[in-house]
Write a protein that binds this ligand. Structure first.
Ligand code: RP5
Length: 164
């Protein structure tokens, strides 16, 4: 039996190639002490894996899901179709259209099945992790305190004067 706490955030991505972006979200969750799991789940290439993952997410203890994908990025929307957990979508920067395709695919969900969509690339992955932590912080004081100190440190690190 493992002693590590059960994951409360599921980080899924459409391909191994998305890891370079999504790892920044995972590193942020680690900094905040949020237990997570990372999995490759493709809406197009492994549709049954996606359905199984999303349909069982809540009963397995996940509280939010972060889904990153690029191109015709159906993963976050299809994931949100299978679960009522909050889903945060990260548009991965694509080679051909620089992630504009990913962004529009993820953000333009029709009314009724929401995906909280973040910025393209690394910023989006980090902010998705911070959003997930904010949701968890509503009912977890330890995460709330770590999130507060993360923000305080960030504020403290900004110099008043630029270095010339
Ligand atoms: C999407 O296609 C993935 O999310 C990835 O961003 C993109 C390209 O995938 P690979 O061809 O690199 O596996 O499904």
């Amino acid at each position: 039996m493992s002693n590590s706490p059960a994951p409360v955030v599921g980080v899924i991505m459409g391909s191994q190639s998305d890891w370079e972006t999504m790892r920044h979200g995972c590193e942020t969750l680690e900094k905040l002490g949020v237990p997570y799991e990372a999995r490759i789940v493709s809406a197009h290439r492994t549709p049954d894996r996606l359905a199984q993952y999303a349909k069982t997410a809540k009963e397995r203890g996940l509280r939010t899901i972060i889904a990153g994908a690029g191109g015709a990025a159906h993963l976050p929307g299809m994931c949100a179709a299978w679960t009522a957990l909050p889903v945060f979508g990260v548009p991965v920067e694509s080679r051909t259209l620089k992630g504009q395709d990913s962004l529009l695919s993820i953000v333009q969900m029709p009314a009724g099945v929401p995906v909280g969509t973040l910025a393209i690339g690394r910023s989006g992955a980090i902010n998705a992790a911070l959003m997930a932590a904010s949701v968890l912080a509503l009912s977890d004081n330890a995460i709330a305190e770590r999130l507060d100190s993360f923000r305080a440190q960030q504020t403290h690190s900004v110099a008043e004067k630029p270095v010339s």
